[in-house]
Design a protein around this ligand. Structure first.
Ligand SMILES: Cc1ncc(COP(=O)(O)O)c(C=O)c1O
Length: 472
């Protein structure tokens, strides 16, 4: 066999595929065991990491590709371990990852219906399911896209297109969005990408719980108007990234209605609460939004990237890109099944299958159980912190994101920052846990996002004991 034939040989694939699934199943079993063999994060500096893989390619220690995969597995960060409490990326349900493998091999391009029929239909069903849970009516529609960043930008482009025929004529007037100062940086970036510059982002201050102070919307809006800036959209955070704070969506919605503004909700993390009965209240008012972004890869057990961008009025989803591509689309009509008409991407992943398979196999109940479990965990962690001396939380957590810090006795703020920084660095090098840090009001806080549904009070307590050991 020549190299090409070898690379596509079905029997080789069968053998390797079985071995990879066995390897991953062993990995899962190890991850869920009380004392996993692998660290959560096998820390290497970026330079060491680069050298390691350069050496590996130059002189492979083992020619077997499975040895490489085993080594990638061992050297990576391990989200399935309950001691992973770091950034907002979930441990995917294995079945969803298998759908990803299928999608990876089939490689349906998804831009037009012919290049991905089943996944296109599934995409519509997944979007409808999200829309229903958000409280949208039958007119809602949308697309799946590659990440919350892109979904937010796409929604803001739709908002802009409602105001003027920017697509055709460009725009000369100064435009702006209003958003909480605690919003994810991608909203700021989107405004700058659209050419609005720094003055195009009006940052609304937050209250003690890091929620947008909605009473500031009106005066900031009036001030922008008097400066000749046209505000076209308000972005609500559900929730914010650093502290997991949910803005008052009902108040923002009412403000937008009053001024005929577009209302977008960045629900990349927290819109998943729409699937929970217990935590649905966090999203009160979301049903008044014009558009909502929701990341399945953050809070709904799906491999990255899988994001739903849903419009309350489905026709709005066709406004964003009114480009003619004669080799792709024969008509300029709204065609739900030719997805590239409405998505930033041309070719994209078959992401709908990864969600559809979970819905079909376990039902939406799975999503509810997950959301309830991880948000409950945020509250459990806060209680554990409050029971111990020398710990404080930045706020009472509203979801599974908790900011906290160790407060050694008799030291000032600067030293407290230094102690917490040292704790986090030591944790990183130790590798048994993974947590992150953030800055709030100029001070350093440790931060967890409890995305692993199998994290329990046991791992949380172990984490605190470890930190206390290093904080003294
Ligand atoms: C509130 C919020 N919006 C958007 C994003 C960006 O999402 P993505 O990483 O899927 O592009 C994040 C990521 O953490 C986020 O927390």
């Amino acid at each position: 066999m020549n190299q090409l034939e070898k690379a596509y040989d079905p029997e080789t694939f069968r053998r390797q595929g079985h071995a990879v699934v066995d390897m991953l199943a062993d990995y899962l079993a190890d991850s869920f065991s009380p004392t996993p063999a692998l660290p959560v994060i096998p820390w290497r500096t970026p330079e060491e990491q680069l050298r390691h893989w350069q050496d590996d390619l130059a002189t492979p220690s083992d020619a077997d590709p499975l040895a490489l995969l085993q080594s990638v597995l061992e050297e990576s960060i391990h989200l399935h371990q309950p001691r992973f409490m770091g950034h907002q990326v979930c441990p995917p349900a294995p079945l969803s990852a298998l759908a990803g493998l299928l999608g990876g091999l089939l490689n349906n391009g998804m831009a037009v219906y012919e290049m991905g029929g089943p996944a296109t239909a599934m995409e519509r069903i997944v979007v409808e399911t999200v829309a229903r849970h958000l409280g949208f009516g039958a007119a809602a529609d949308g697309v799946l896209t590659s990440g919350g960043t892109l979904a937010n930008l796409t929604a803001l482009l739709a908002a802009r297109s409602r105001l003027a025929d920017v697509w055709q004529d460009g725009h000369r007037r100064s435009m702006a969005l209003m958003v909480s100062e605690e919003a994810h940086y991608c909203v700021d970036r989107a405004a700058r990408i659209m050419g609005w510059g720094g003055q195009g982002i009006i940052k609304v201050p937050v209250d003690a719980q890091y929620r947008m102070r909605t009473e500031c919307l009106e005066p900031l809006f009036t001030e922008a108007q008097s400066n000749g800036i046209t505000v076209i959209v308000v972005v609500g955070s559900a929730c914010s990234t650093s502290t997991g704070s949910f803005d008052d969506l009902a108040a923002i919605g009412a403000f937008c209605t009053r001024h005929d503004l577009w209302f977008h909700v960045d629900g990349a993390h927290g819109a998943a609460s729409a699937f929970s009965t217990k935590y649905r209240h966090l999203l009160n008012g979301i049903e008044t939004a014009d558009s909502v972004a929701l990341d399945f890869h953050k809070m709904l057990m799906t491999p990255a990237l899988t994001t739903a961008l849903v419009f309350r009025e489905g026709r709005d989803s066709y406004r964003t890109f009114s480009q003619h591509a004669q080799y792709l689309f024969s008509e300029q009509e709204p065609e739900w099944y030719n997805i590239a008409k409405r998505s930033f991407e041309c070719t994209k992943l078959m992401m709908s299958v990864k969600v559809f398979i979970l819905l079909r196999t376990y039902g939406v109940k799975l999503f509810a159980e997950y959301v309830d479990r991880v948000i409950d965990n945020g509250k459990i962690f806060a209680e554990l912190l409050h029971e111990r001396p020398c710990w404080e939380t930045a706020i009472a957590p509203q979801c599974n994101i908790v900011c906290f810090r160790y407060l050694p006795e008799g030291v000032d703020e600067a030293e407290t920052d230094a102690v917490n920084r040292r704790i986090r660095e030591t944790l990183l090098e130790d590798g048994r846990f993974y947590i992150v840090q953030t800055t709030l009001k100029g001070r350093l806080w440790l931060r967890v996002t409890l995305v692993n549904p199998f994290t329990t009070a046991r791992e949380m307590t172990e984490l605190l004991e470890c930190c206390e050991g290093w904080g003294r």
